[in-house]
Design a protein around this ligand. Structure first.
Ligand SMILES: [Zn+2]
Length: 167
């Protein structure tokens, strides 16, 4: 019975993912919360839906805002009631950001996280300039416009840029 219910609701699950894909991250407007991997699962319930959500940084002020956004967006699209479960374990990591998201981050002028945290490649590699692809860059400050970014400058094009740190 439950299996049958789930099969019937698969198209809706897909639509919910599409709705969630429209919600931009307030700190990284080029990316949506699904690009960042913040939505972990969408599950049909007997009545309504369960969405599991992992914030990029626990204690990030954007979390409260996003929970409201998710709830409002899905309710307006006709999916309710929505139960949002905040999952802090495992903690969010930049490894969950997909290749497309990394590319769009670069296009918006922010160097995406290089390498994967789980492979521990991060410190050895020079950070690539998002504007001219030069590897000749230097770190100016551990903290950029937000705590998750470091400020770099490119020695080729001389432009400063934010680097989204691997976490
Ligand atoms: Zn450059």
């Amino acid at each position: 019975m439950e299996q049958q219910l789930k099969t019937l609701q698969q198209p809706e699950v897909h639509q919910i993912w599409q709705c969630l894909h429209q919600i931009a991250d307030p700190e990284l407007p080029a990316l949506s919360i699904t690009d960042l991997g913040m939505i972990r699962t969408v599950t049909p319930l007997q009545s309504g839906w369960r969405v599991t959500f992992t914030p990029t940084y626990s204690g990030c002020p954007a979390t409260e805002f996003l929970l409201n956004e998710i709830s409002n967006t899905l309710t307006q699209a006709g999916f309710s009631p929505v139960h949002i479960e905040v999952n802090l374990t495992p903690a969010w990591t930049t490894d969950w950001m997909n290749a497309d998201a990394r590319q769009r981050l670069r296009e918006s002028g922010i160097a995406p996280p290089q390498g994967l945290v789980c492979e521990k490649l991060t410190d050895a590699e020079p950070i690539t300039c998002p504007r001219c692809d030069s590897h000749e860059t230097e770190k100016i400050s551990e903290f950029g416009s937000t705590a998750c970014k470091a400020l770099y400058r490119c020695q080729q094009c001389l432009e400063p840029f934010d680097y989204f740190k691997c976490i």
